[in-house]
Design a protein around this ligand. Sequence first.
Ligand SMILES: C[S@@+](CC[C@H](N)C(=O)[O-])C[C@H]1O[C@@H](n2cnc3c(N)ncnc32)[C@H](O)[C@@H]1O
Length: 120
Amino acid sequence: MRALKVIDLFCGCGGFSLGFDYAGFEIIYALDNWETACKSYQVNFPQVDIYCEDALNVKPSEIPNCDIVIGSPPCQDFSVANLKKSYDTALIDWFWGVVRRKNPKYVIMEEVPQGRKASD
Ligand SMILES: C[S@@+](CC[C@H](N)C(=O)[O-])C[C@H]1O[C@@H](n2cnc3c(N)ncnc32)[C@H](O)[C@@H]1O
């Protein structure tokens, strides 16, 4: 039986990927815009194509089709530690845009547990 194919958005150095790799899934693509994290990811997962880009510059059509989308969009804006009155949903909107385009079997998005709500 073939392993389900996974893409990891906002992959950092690969913590989320590591769990999927251990569980027998095939990571086929990863994306982050922090060069240090990308270099670490590439050492940790030399078999994966990693793209070191600002997500907002990447079109969903440029991302390979997959069975599972996993991702951890930055949480700073939504954290209770954010004392600003405003927050930016652009990267989360981008993540869901990729999900709509790829139409995977499963999606897991990791975020902070007590994030701010749009009504706050
Ligand atoms: C919560 S961390 C991800 C942690 C990762 N899942 C792991 O297990 O190591 C969020 C990541 O989003 C990346 N990031 C922030 N803004 C980004 C952007 N505009 N495009 C791509 N990646 C971005 C950061 O560099 C950071 O690695």
